[in-house]
Ligand binder design. Sequence first.
Ligand SMILES: Cc1ncc(COP(=O)(O)O)c(C=O)c1O
Length: 487
Amino acid sequence: METLDPPDWTALRALGHRMVDDMIDYVAGVRDQPAWQAVPDEVAAFFQEPAPQEGAGLEAAYADFQRYVLPYPLGNLHPRFWAWYVGSGSMGGALAEFLAAALNPNVGNGSHAAVLVERQVIDWLKAAIGFPAEASGLLVGGGSMANVIGLAVARFAGAPFDVRAEGLTGAPQRLLVYASSEVHSCMQKAVELLGLGNRSLRRIPVLPDYRIDLAALAAAIAEDRQAGALPICVVGSAGTVNTGAIDDLPALADLCAREKLWLHVDGAIGAVAVLAPGVRGFLAGIERADSVALDLHKWLHVPYEAGCVLVRDGEVHRRAFTLTPPYLAPETRGVAGTDFWFGDYGPQLSRGFLALKAWMSIKEHGLARFGRLMDQNVAQAHDLARLIAAEPRLELMAPVVLDIVCFRHCVEGADDAVHNAINREILLRLQERGIAIPSSTVLRGQFCIRVAISNHRSRDEDFRALVAAVLAIGEEVEHLGNRNMLL
Ligand SMILES: Cc1ncc(COP(=O)(O)O)c(C=O)c1O
């Protein structure tokens, strides 16, 4: 009989140990590697090979991994990776990921310990956010999916008809969701997926500090009601992707209570900072939300993927998704002997054991260490802002609240178009030389080098190196002779 089990368990054991040793060496030495390097054409060509009909064995597959995959990572393990908003992972989390995969449970249904692990992780997150015991939650692939589920529950709760039965074809009025113009693009995908449509996501202007303009929000809601539409939900941002701004959550909670609207908080970046003594004050009010999306693979450094949605009213959450065909009926005993099914809380039935890496990471380090690491990143962001402010050639482009710093290199007499081109070139050279990996954004039409310090390996000297490199490359680029070449 054929099986996927190895013919020789001893050889598998030896190879497994070698993989662990190799990866520990790799991660321990990551600081000495370039922060990033492009995938060469011949390596990219390797990935065009058709699937083998006959296997070459795990040893050969591992050799391919070492040769073609390992040398060309995204770079987010590196101490000078600060692009987008990406976590740096942890070796404990990686080992837990192996345990989860080896055990390979389906955490959508059934009575088994993996379900209890996930429920405990959710309980810990609920307690951290300040949600009540009757709140529910679900681990998902990331903040985007957590936001989809939060909005799906908001839509279910806010529609004055049975949206599960009728869909939006049953809607007598347009259902509206409000968020600031700084809201993450995943929210647009969420309203599109939920059939509300992008035009039902009202983008409200922000104040100079990039927080939602509450007066404009209240006026938009009143105007839309007047016009016959049905506001159902306000999305607050707890850490915007561009600048890390945190909306005035207590004021949003008051407004939603007054207007009888669902308050969903996109806390993919900032919600976990309730653990950080220096930051948690900025997040006051998050505990009053109806639902919160948060990410474990970002600032908690749980290996990708892991996000979470929490819903204050667990019963509404369950009713938004529950479905029990006979082949999934719970039993009073046996492997189906539980009335709690994660499949009742989201669109997925089969689900991986995402919780184990979070559960083990929290047990390994404790919540307080994660909080201290977040405070460390915020302090580094403020230090970087000070370094920038001290350099006449650099300009800080937005206030620093969390761990995101937006700045640019300035050239006397240059207009925005030249500034944008120069700063883009500086960024690309920083990346291509493997020095440091910030990313970019555009604030009020101005291209910014954006440094998001969700990195537990960054040291103060890394930021000094960044500033020195930006100044040096800035000088190179400025003296290219013909600046228009960059446009
Ligand atoms: C504010 C915000 N919301 C949502 C998301 C989406 O999260 P994910 O990438 O985990 O799907 C991000 C991603 O960076 C984000 O910054």
